[in-house]
Design a protein around this ligand. Sequence first.
Ligand code: SF4
Ligand code: SF4
Length: 315
Amino acid sequence: MTAQKGLVFDIQGYSVHDGPGCRTLVFLSGCPLRCEWCANPEGMEIRQQVMFSTTKCRHTNLNCTRCLDACHQKAIELSNDENILKIDRSICRNCETYDCTNACFYEAIRLVGKWMSVDELMEIFNRDRQYWGQGGGVTFSGGEPFIQKDFLLEVLKKCKKAFIHTAIETTAHVATQVLLDTFRYVDFAFIDIKHMDSQKHKEKTGVGNELILNNIAALANSDWKGRLVLRMPVIRNYNDTDENVMSIIRFMKKLGLFEINILPFHRLGDSKWKQLGLNYLYSDEEGTSEEKLDHIQDLFLDERIACYVAHDTLF
Ligand code: SF4
Ligand code: SF4
């Protein structure tokens, strides 16, 4: 048994896009970056949070007030003008009971994030492994898995002891030695590279890129035996310029890295931002065009770098 607990905001089985074979995907809460386009904003904070869906809520048509009545801290109130619920999330921050989530019959208000032990996760992996088939395993995603570095390391070690293939999806924004020590237990990695200009990186993610680039270089120059595929979300008028792509290409070639996965922008995170009471800046942004993806892919291919688009990474 182990006492270490980690905050997990989702677990998905049968994932086939996040590493070789069929996998169990574990989303760990907390992230040091604040990417404006984030598709999993419920994983940004390392704390439990309430998500509220106005479309599922039955207050307007059934006059339900169950969550209002359940909240002893009076964090929920009716908005006078719109007849909808308003949640004062500054009060919820200190909530210990989350009574509102238990009161709602319609899952309109729900709690995100569950504290789980390493052994609880291992139980799930041991249950799922019969469905993975050959080459499958576990992938840790987020948020940023390294935010919970001690928990991550412990569960990775247990996976290796159980002969489970391990993968990680990370920003690599973590102390270099922590990354290298942890990667001893990692077989496959996707590492994000968002912008080669540190100032521009900071503009839309909240942090510069120096630590991330240094860590990619440190990993490439280490004796790590796993496989690394870089990942680039394609954001219009931000990182989709030839100049930025060519800069990534030079960086990769210098390090002897020859695989990248480019991810088209999509708006799937839109409703999640709203359910968290957050402002999403990309509500009106179109998805990345086929032409742009083709063009960026060609730039990489011209330099003999394998460039996988969206879910087409070859495992
Ligand atoms: S999370 Fe707690 S404080 Fe917030 S609405 Fe629910 S019960 Fe009230
Ligand atoms: S309990 Fe659920 S359905 Fe009822 S008002 Fe609250 S959020 Fe809406």
